[in-house]
Design a binder for this molecule. Structure first.
Ligand code: NDP
Ligand code: HSE
Length: 435
């Protein structure tokens, strides 16, 4: 049995998870890949830190470049995160003729085009299953399982931290800050959790999914990104009363104006499968022209699930070391077929909307609001008014609209915010029945 030597860059949540699988299931890994896979070297910032994995048999260093360029390493697992040092490390590993497995969605979404070109030039693999939706094999599904289909659209809950936060806020009425702290302690959140709560992490993942779905280069700048920080407990309860759940979703679809790539909160029907994906679980719904809708569900973050995807990639790489010509094209289509496509702007999309408007409890306020909507030909599908506890207090008006072009909604919101009796910013969340 041939031996393949692995170098680990990063010994955090995912790095230790990967090391644990390779050590504890070594025999199974050999049965699956046909090779003995041995982790020989690893890097971390602080070598004195106690870790939930056994590093005693490894050569340890604080220098990730030493792993990337070591003559004793055949495959590098980049599990350190970030886009600066990590990029140099991956470039160095590829330039040294090593295969690279990464879980780093930021790196792929922002620098993937150049990195895949380098990998192709060097004749080595760069794989990234763990970068999207944790333990769900969604990259394999798009690239291989759905290869017969033209992908029409996909929609997914692709950030475990935000889904965990929204679920705990709804089910246990916990505060945003309290749940975020727990998500960090559980190893779900990014090093900088604003990446999670502001939607940046989901945008990284969505851009990767969109590129594979539509055979186009990664274009992070074209993705509309909105997080969950403005969602209040009240919004969650109002949505619930109307039969919806608030979910943070990523959408990629072929729209009339180009490819839509967007991540933002959405009201989805409680009865829809995506409405029932709770906690750290992720789910991606993919519509193919032949298969129809398929749904992929599983844990989106954490050591075991993410390492599961990392190791699946590693096993693929090890198998391909024996037969490189059998590799599936990294972008799902041959490199010559990867084409830049027009991107739709967010104000060109069509959506229904949930609006929560804080207003004075006095005659005429509602008329101003409905007039602003009517001026833009927007219909009200449902409306709720939460009566104030005391006279003179503000009321929350909750409105569900029909589907309109977002530019019309923006124009109506502009008028509503200037309408007499309307107080503060209007909360606007897109509504989607995901059909
Ligand atoms: P951690 O912060 O837990 O681990 C990062 C590791 O990299 C640590 O061992 C750290 O060293 C080391 N490291 C960081 N910077 C440097 C540096 N400059 N020099 C040397 N070593 C460094 O991160 P995660 O394991 O959570 O995430 C790793 C990657 O996986 C990221 O790209 C993340 O986005 C991705 N990912 C994470 C998921 C998760 O659920 N956590 C899920 C899917 C993807 P030290 O331990 O000494 O600090
Ligand atoms: N911070 C990410 C999340 C990790 O919460 O989904 C998995 O990519």
């Amino acid at each position: 049995v041939k031996q393949v030597r692995v170098g680990l860059v990063g010994l955090g949540t995912v790095g230790c998870g990967a090391l644990n699988i390779l050590q504890k299931s070594a025999e199974l890994m050999t049965q699956r890949s046909g090779c003995e896979i041995k982790v020989v070297m690893a890097s971390a910032r602080d070598l004195t830190r106690s870790r939930p994995c056994d590093t005693t048999q490894l050569e340890l260093t604080t220098d990730p470049m030493a792993v990337a360029t070591s003559p004793n390493v055949d495959v590098v697992l980049e599990l350190m995160g970030g886009t600066d040092t990590a990029k140099s490390v991956v470039e160095a590993a590829l330039q040294s003729g090593k295969h690279v497995v990464t879980a780093n969605k930021a790196l792929i979404a922002r620098h993937g085009n150049a990195l895949f070109a380098l990998a192709a030039q060097q004749g080595v693999q760069l794989t990234f299953e763990a970068a999207v939706a944790g333990g769900i094999p969604i990259i394999k599904a798009l690239r291989e399982g759905l290869a017969a289909n033209k992908i029409e659209w996909l929609a997914g809950i692709i950030n475990g931290t935000t889904n965990f936060i929204l679920t705990e806020m709804r089910e246990k009425k916990r505060t945003f800050e309290d749940v975020l702290k727990e998500a960090q302690a559980l190893g779900y959140a990014e090093v900088d959790p604003t990446f999670d709560v502001e939607g940046i992490d989901a945008a990284h993942k969505l851009v990767i999914l969109a590129s594979l779905a539509f055979g186009m280069p990664f274009n992070f700048e074209a993705c509309y990104t909105e997080g969950v920080t403005k969602i209040t407990q009240a919004d969650i309860q109002y949505a619930d009363a109307l039969g919806f759940r608030i979910k943070h979703l990523g959408f990629a679809k072929q729209g009339a104006q180009g490819i839509e790539m967007r991540v933002h909160p959405v009201l989805v029907p409680k009865t829809h499968l995506l409405g029932q994906v709770d906690g750290v679980m992720n789910a991606v719904l993919v519509k193919g022209d032949q298969v129809g809708q398929t749904l992929y569900y599983g844990p989106g973050a954490g050591a075991g699930p993410t390492a599961s995807a990392v190791i699946a990639d590693l096993l693929d790489v090890v198998r391909l070391m024996a037969a490189p010509s059998a590799a599936v094209a990294p972008m799902a289509v041959q490199d010559s077929a990867v084409k830049t496509r027009a991107a739709a702007r967010i104000d060109q999309i069509k959506s229904a909307y949930y609006l929560r408007i804080s207003a004075e409890d006095k005659p005429g306020v509602l008329r101003g609001i409905t007039q602003a909507l009517a001026d833009e030909s927007i219909s009200v599908e449902a409306m709720n008014q939460k009566a104030p506890a005391n006279e003179g207090q503000t009321v929350d008006l909750v409105i569900l609209t029909n589907k309109v072009v977002e530019a019309s909604m923006n124009a109506a919101l502009e008028k509503i915010s200037q309408s007499a009796g309307v107080l503060g910013e209007v909360m606007r969340i897109r509504v989607d029945s995901l059909n």
